[in-house]
Design a binder for this molecule. Structure first.
Ligand SMILES: [Zn+2]
Length: 396
């Protein structure tokens, strides 16, 4: 490392740094519990790390239900390094940089025709990464890893884009290697809905929840499944691809090659198409939310229908996974009351008597930042020396 950045040494000091990557400020006693090291060892290591400028001491809040003395807490400093997060959408690239404690230092996005080809999208990611690093005052040598998300299934073992139909021009390519070459740092890649789930669990609506389903509704419909604190990716990376569950027998053809998929009736383009068929008026871009705010009853009804359709698919998922929380994210029009109540109505209709009654249905809190925040968490977690697919649950 150069320019004053210290990559923490392996061993016990590394365990302290790893334990601080949750983003929370913790006491020395909590560090001892998390690392299995003695309190005396933790104190000595924290002293060394503080001397090297990698951690800082501060005053925390008293424990819940307790009053009195505020405990002394430990947190990572910027000098411990930073990570990059990249979110590739179908029509945008968004990049953010954060410190290892999870504080987002800068985020920027640009429109890009990501579907058309990987090369130009990677060039945009590089340009934005230089921009956010500069604006955040982070030297590129301080960037230790990058997490990246794509709107397609990803084989986590190889970093290959799995589906031939969901991001066709990227299919079969090894994004991890290509992005590592462009960004000049280690890269971990995941599906965008999985990253949304990680983001909302780390810093949004599902904060601290161990069993949650995050649903991303935008140009497609996908879900990130968290069970027992862990993201479920499945054997080939397609776990959570609920958008391609067939819900309309002999329905309209879907880009996946199937017919009547959830995505053909409940995605943002599908709702816009239904509105066009109903009214003869096309709604471009993000205007669904504006039309809803204007009180257009047809938009309200179509969004509620979309919520009900998603709910019919999620009812089965709820029986399998028993989530405490369902978070709706993606296009902001789908985090609104008509969709939430349509979803709730359908879950109530299909759930087992006495089961799943407490599942909370919440709008995403991070909005368009959910995926990139998840990507930052993925990158930070990849630094702890364990295999990326085994990174520990994010609990803050
Ligand atoms: Zn499909």
């Amino acid at each position: 490392m150069t320019d004053g950045t210290h990559r923490p040494t392996r061993g016990s000091s590394q365990r302290i740094v790893d334990a601080l990557r949750s983003g929370a400020e913790v006491t020395r006693g909590e560090l001892a519990d998390r690392t299995g090291l003695s309190r005396a060892t933790v104190s000595a290591l924290v002293r060394d790390l503080e001397r090297d400028g990698l951690v800082a001491l501060g005053t925390g809040e008293p424990a819940v239900g307790r009053t009195g003395r505020r405990p002394e807490v430990v947190r990572l400093t910027r000098r411990a390094g930073a990570v990059l997060g990249v979110d590739f959408g179908h029509e945008h690239v968004r990049v953010a940089v954060s410190d290892l404690a999870g504080n987002v230092l800068c985020a920027r996005s640009a429109r890009a025709d990501v579907d058309r080809g990987m090369e130009s999208a990677l060039a945009v990611a590089r340009r934005l990464s230089d921009l956010v690093a500069e604006e955040a005052g982070v030297d590129r040598s301080e960037l230790l890893a990058c997490g990246a998300g794509v709107p397609a299934p990803v084989d986590r073992a190889t970093g290959r884009i799995g589906s031939t139909s969901l991001l066709p021009s990227w299919s079969g390519t090894t994004l991890t290697a290509a992005l590592e070459q462009v960004l000049e740092m280690p890269v971990v890649v995941d599906n965008d809905a999985n990253l949304g789930a990680l983001g909302e669990q780390a810093a949004g609506a599902a904060r601290g929840v161990d069993d949650a389903i995050y649903v991303k509704v935008s140009s497609g419909v996908g879900a990130g499944l968290i069970s027992g604190g862990r993201l479920l990716r499945g054997s080939t990376g397609i776990a959570g691809e609920i958008g391609h569950v067939a819900v309309v027998p002999n329905g309209v053809p879907c880009r996946c090659g199937g017919r009547g998929c959830l995505e053909t009736i409940a995605s943002a383009p599908a709702v816009r198409r239904q509105l066009l068929q109903t009214t003869g008026h096309a709604l471009p871009g993000d205007d669904l939310l504006r039309a809803l705010s204007d009180g257009d009853p047809r938009v309200t009804r179509l969004l509620a229908d979309a919520g009900r359709s998603i709910g019919r698919v999620l009812a089965a998922a709820c029986h399998l996974l028993d989530p405490a929380v369902i978070v709706l994210g993606g296009d902001p029009a789908f985090s609104t009351e008509p969709v939430l109540s349509g979803l709730r109505e359908e879950l109530d209709r299909h759930r087992l008597p006495g089961a799943g009654g407490d599942v909370r249905i919440l709008p995403a809190q991070l909005g368009h930042q959910g995926q990139v925040v998840g990507a930052l968490r993925l990158a930070a977690r990849s630094l702890d020396g364990r295999a990326p697919q085994n990174f520990s649950p994010i609990t803050t």
